[in-house]
Structure formats: structure tokens, C-alpha cells
Design a protein. Structure first.
Length: 329
């Protein structure tokens, strides 16, 4: 019989691509999402397949799965500044209560669990590039702290379950990932720039644009996560693309690629916005024989074509979701 895997955050950007991968690999995939930030459109092509089922559920509540379960991928979480600044309590809960529930499920089912951590555990790093043994520089009470600390706690409780219960655990520290199915107006730099270019708006750069990011195409990211799940390594592993670029240079790339004549305008840098972000992937290369294969030029072209294909009403929609019912939770 096919191995059964639960993927939380299944209707999100990265979660939906992971569903695709495991369905194609012959697993029986159970997708779970509460659609706070996920979108049904991302998984509609999977509905009806014999090896895919979907459960609408909030993982901060008790999670029950009937029958055997062999693997869990915990990818449920708001992942963009717009999201976790609007729903800070839910962000903290999914990283703490949600992770606790899923670790308990993994223990009950004797399943291996991989949790999606993030480069944000490094905060505004004082070490560059960032290696897995760097403890980070995080403002616990700043506006971004709800996401950063949720993920740091997530790592801690995962390791506690591994050490105390002997649970099979894996931790992926995911750096900036992009590709089709990103939300156009989720506040992150790639959809922001591409949306502005498509609407004929000027591109907004925060600060002077000297801050750097490193962008990994989603297919490469999924491959790294897949290999990590089936590795024997229990400690965090950076999964990202070390090809670093300044935000200002990236804005210029977008203008050139889209063949538009927008200007670049500058606004104040958000509080605690990281100045540098670049993964050291030495460990991933050694342990997983993995490194990104898709260059930024190719990946951005695919992503831009995806955004161009969206219905016009989605292109001009300023907010993807109404979070009002979740803010006080």
C-alpha cells in the first residue's frame, strides 16, 4: 500500500507544490488547511485523484487522522509580513500549539515529521552568510517577532520531542522561495515588484535598496525538502539559493525583464527588516547532495508569466484575504 503523508498548509504556495510532488511520487497525500492564507485554487487540480484527500482544519485545534500515517510535513503558517502583522496571535499559535499537536500526532502514529522553519530564525543576522550553527539576532518584542519566535519555538519543541520521545524529526530552514501560486499581493518583494510592473506602477524599494536577499525557485526548494525528509539528519538544514542580490539591483532586473519603464521610488525601511539574507548551503550539499539548479533569470521568467496569466481582477486586488475574523483569536 502507498505510504500516507499529511501535509499541513496544503493550499499555500509551498504546501501545494509539496502536495504535487508527493502525489506524483505515489504517496497517499492528506492535505490540511484552514484557508486563512491558503487558496483552494492551488489544490483544485488534485481534488478527485485517488491518492489525494483534503481536510479543512485548523491545526491549532486537536488533529485526528484515521488509519496509518507514515510522514508529516508541517507547513501551516502565515509566511508573509502582511499576514503575520495582521494575525499575530494566530501566527504564534500555529507555530506553538499547532506544532505541539502535530508532534503529538507523529508520536501516536510513529510517523516521521518535518517542520518548516525559516531563515527568519536568524533575524537581522550579524553573521554572513548564515550557517546553521548561528543562533541569530532576533528582536523578540518587535513587530516581526511573532513569526520569528514562533519558528524558533517550533524548532525547540521539535528537538525536545526528538530527544525525549525518540521521535523521527527533520527541520528545514527555508530561505526566500518563489514561483507560480505565490499570492500577488502578499507583501513579499517578488510578487510586489511583478504586480507593480504589470499594473504600470512605480516599483517600491524600502530603505536605500542595499539590503540583500537570495531567491530559490520553488522546484529546487521542494527537491531539497524531499531529500531532507528521507535523510538521517535531525538538526536544522538551510534550504535556499545562495545567489545573493541587493533589492535595488533586483528592482532593476525586474524592470529590464518586464520591458517596462517604471521608475523606482524609495520608502522607509520597515522595523527590523533584515539587512542581509544569504544561506550557507554547505551542509545541504554534503548531506543531501543538493543545490539549486534553476537560475534566477529562468525562474523569474516562469513566475512573471504566471502572474501575467492571472485574471485582471486578481491583478488589481489589493488584499487577498479578509483577516478580520481571525485577528482576536
Amino acid at each position: 500500500m502507498a505510504k500516507r503523508i499529511l501535509i499541513t498548509g496544503a493550499a499555500g504556495f509551498l504546501g501545494s507544490h509539496l502536495c504535487d510532488r508527493f502525489v506524483n511520487e505515489g504517496f497517499h497525500v492528506i492535505g490540511m488547511d484552514n484557508f486563512i492564507t491558503g487558496d483552494e485554487i492551488n489544490i483544485e487540480h488534485l481534488v478527485g485523484l485517488p491518492n489525494f484527500e483534503f481536510i479543512k482544519h485548523d491545526v491549532t485545534e486537536f488533529v485526528k487522522i484515521e488509519g496509518d500515517l507514515h510522514y508529516i510535513l508541517h507547513f501551516a503558517s502565515p509566511a508573509s509580513p502582511i499576514d503575520y502583522l495582521k494575525i499575530p496571535i494566530q501566527t504564534l499559535k500555529v507555530g506553538s500549539l499547532g506544532t505541539h499537536n502535530l508532534l503529538g500526532l507523529a508520536k501516536a502514529k510513529d510517523a516521521r515529521i518535518l517542520i518548516a522553519s525559516t531563515s527568519e530564525v536568524y533575524g537581522d543576522p550579524l553573521v554572513h552568510p548564515q550557517t546553521e550553527d548561528y543562533y541569530g539576532n532576533v528582536n523578540t518584542i518587535g513587530p516581526r517577532g511573532v513569526y520569528d519566535e514562533a519558528k524558533r519555538f517550533q524548532e525547540s519543541i521539535t528537538m525536545a520531542y526528538h530527544r525525549f520521545h525518540g521521535l523521527e524529526t527533520r527541520i528545514a530552514r527555508i530561505f526566500n522561495t518563489y514561483g507560480p501560486r505565490m499570492r500577488l499581493n502578499d507583501g513579499r518583494v517578488i510578487p510586489a515588484f511583478m504586480g507593480q510592473a504589470l499594473r504600470g506602477e512605480n516599483l517600491t524599494v524600502f530603505g536605500d535598496g542595499s539590503q540583500t536577499r537570495s531567491f530559490c525557485y520553488v522546484d529546487d526548494e521542494v527537491e531539497g525538502i524531499y531529500r531532507l525528509l528521507f535523510s538521517d539528519y535531525v538538526y536544522p538544514v538551510n534550504i535556499g539559493n545562495p545567489d545573493e542580490i541587493s533589492i535595488l539591483d533586483f528592482a532593476k532586473e525586474i524592470i529590464s525583464m518586464t520591458n517596462t519603464d517604471q521608475k523606482i521610488i524609495f520608502k522607509d525601511l520597515p522595523v527590523n527588516d533584515p539587512i542581509q539574507r544569504q544561506p550557507d548551503i554547505t551542509l545541504a550539499k554534503k548531506l543531501l547532495d543538493w543545490e539549486p539548479k534553476i537560475g534566477r533569470t529562468e525562474g523569474m521568467r516562469i513566475t512573471f508569466n504566471y502572474f501575467k496569466s492571472l485574471p485582471r481582477e486578481r491583478l488589481y486586488k489589493k488584499e487577498h484575504k479578509d483577516f478580520s475574523t481571525h485577528i482576536k483569536r
